[in-house]
Design a protein around this ligand. Structure first.
Ligand code: ADP
Ligand code: MG
Length: 225
């Protein structure tokens, strides 16, 4: 088994609107090792979210090659993309995207059930994850009854629920105040490390980037050396 978990070769993406085409990703070459936590740093509009959508197999229309866990996933059909996403990838977004009518624990149980886990096992795991994030007293609260930082921590637990090899986080603390962002991010890093997952974290925040193992800088559609 190679120690490279994710490999991008010549990743390209352009968007055309009317008669204007912008080349957002102009040939990204990058890799992540297993267990590595890497910042994807770049100003707003530099293509961070576009790159995470490609790696997360959420969007098509990309050029180049994406390899995950030794497999070339570039030309996977929809079914295989969904399977790979469910089995290997967890997502955390800037806005938590929790299901509003489900409690915290239900939000973390659900992805496990989709993946085929039993109810009791899924609940035990969800309670454990949420407990480790300091939410033991909040298991049965709906998102609207939680603070922003608590909601983001539920989203972190949900992302890790299926023990993904790779966590993709897009500005995971972007809507939190600085102190809360730091606390939530430190817990995120600890949990990801405990799991041995790798993470690619898009951020425009240099301070958060400095907490990670390595930084990939997006500039003019490429990753700077
Ligand atoms: P970042 O996440 O670094 O802020 P994005 O990946 O969201 O950057 O966007 C990079 C560029 O691609 C921006 O100029 C944005 O307007 C453009 N873009 C992103 N998604 C689309 C889309 N679906 N259609 C057209 N343009 C898009
Ligand atoms: Mg973005």
């Amino acid at each position: 088994m190679s120690d490279i978990l994710l490999e991008l070769a010549g990743l390209q993406r352009s968007f055309t609107q009317g008669d204007v085409t912008i080349d957002v990703l102009r040939g990204i070459d990058a890799h992540l090792k297993r267990g590595e936590i890497v910042a994807l740093l770049g100003p707003s509009g530099s293509g961070k979210s576009t790159m995470l959508q490609a790696v997360g197999l959420l969007e098509g229309g990309f050029g180049g090659i994406i390899r995950i866990d030794g497999e070339d996933v570039t030309r996977f059909d929809q079914g295989k993309r969904t399977k790979t996403r469910r089995e290997k990838i967890g997502f955390v977004y800037q806005f938590h995207h929790l299901l509003p009518d489900f409690t915290a624990i239900e939000n973390v149980v659900l992805p496990q059930l989709i993946r085929g886990a039993g109810q009791a096992e899924a609940e035990e795991r969800a309670a454990d994850l949420l407990g480790r994030l300091g939410l033991a007293e909040r298991l049965h609260h709906k998102p609207s009854k939680l603070s922003g930082g608590e909601q983001q921590r539920v989203a972190v637990a949900r992302a890790l629920a299926n023990r993904p090899l790779l966590v993709l986080a897009d500005e995971p603390t972007g809507n939190l105040d600085e102190a809360t962002a730091d606390r939530v991010f430190d817990q995120f890093v600890k949990l990801v490390r405990d799991h041995g997952s790798a993470a690619l974290v898009a951020t425009h925040n240099e301070r958060l980037a400095a907490k990670m193992d390595r930084v990939l800088r997006l500039h003019e559609g490429r990753v700077e050396a």
